[in-house]
Write a protein that binds this ligand. Structure first.
Ligand code: ADP
Length: 258
């Protein structure tokens, strides 16, 4: 709490009393801290790939290495790390756009089945590479009024996580149904699960249950923060059910008519 005070004198300059104003700055301090944390996190996340790109590029420039396999490996690392950097910047731009209040939703009427088909097509290669089975169960003719690209992003991020955190031969189930005036979308996996205590934290920017593992899966740590934002601007809700070593379900509820 911040207190600002001022004395009050009467006409004869005799002290009569004082005014004290109490400011509750907890929320402000919290925001300030969050902002500082965010900047520190972003810097760290950007530094890691850049250090690696620079290091390998330097080695290549020195021309000391002539084994084609090793050279190939270095080029691949530089490519992969640049890719990571690009993803990270894309996600940061998405987050900052979403956080700006002037952000405009492009709302149209569309059938959710169409979004699902597009996303499944995009994900099919990843699913195959990770030997995961996808079960899709979408109720026919569900039309919603929402931002098409953003709903697609939600689906991509949830499915990408299911792929990242589910070991080979696992199964991912996508269900879309109508519940009253809400569209209920759920993504269930048979993966590593999330500890109950940290479930609320997974929506924080850059929060990862297992930093090393998550970085290897190629995520940016921003996927769920983006998902949460999109759902909030659509007046929806997100809920997680998870059991360690058994799997997780992310439930999304979005009003069909924004
Ligand atoms: P990341 O890019 O690290 O995946 P996200 O914001 O998408 O970032 O997710 C935050 C963290 O939540 C992940 O690092 C992971 O620890 C956990 N997580 C997200 N989805 C799942 C899932 N389906 N199963 C287990 N853990 C998950």
């Amino acid at each position: 709490i911040q207190i600002i005070g001022a004395p009050i004198f009467n006409e004869k300059k005799v002290l009569k009393g004082a005014v004290l104003v109490f400011y509750d700055i907890t929320e402000l301090k919290k925001l300030e801290l969050m902002r500082k944390d965010f900047v520190a996190n972003v810097s760290h996340e950007l530094k890691t790939p850049i250090t690696s790109i620079k290091g390998f590029a330097e080695t290549l420039l020195e021309n000391k290495e002539d084994n084609p396999d090793v050279l190939n490996k270095f080029h691949k690392i530089i490519f992969d790390e640049s890719d990571r950097l690009q993803l990270l910047i894309q996600d940061l731009l998405t987050i900052s756009k979403l956080e700006k209040n002037e952000f405009k939703l492009i709302v149209t009427d569309f059938e959710i089945g169409k979004v699902v088909d597009e996303v499944v097509a995009v994900m099919s290669q990843q699913l195959e590479m990770n030997m995961l089975n996808l079960v899709v169960n979408v109720e026919d003719n569900i039309t919603i009024k929402a931002d098409y690209e953003q709903i697609k992003q939600v689906l991509i991020n949830l499915l990408a996580n299911a792929v990242s955190y589910t070991p080979e031969n696992g199964e991912i189930t996508l269900v879309v149904e109508l519940i009253d005036e809400y569209m209920h979308l759920s993504v269930t996996d048979t993966g590593i699960g999330i500890d109950k205590e940290v479930i609320p934290r997974v929506f924080e920017r850059f929060y990862r249950v297992d930093k090393a593992r998550s970085r290897n899966t190629g995520g940016t740590g921003l996927g769920l923060a983006i998902v949460k934002h999109i759902i909030e601007v659509h007046n929806g809700k997100i809920k997680v059910e998870s059991e360690l070593n058994e799997g997780s379900t992310f439930h999304v509820y979005i009003p069909t008519n924004l």
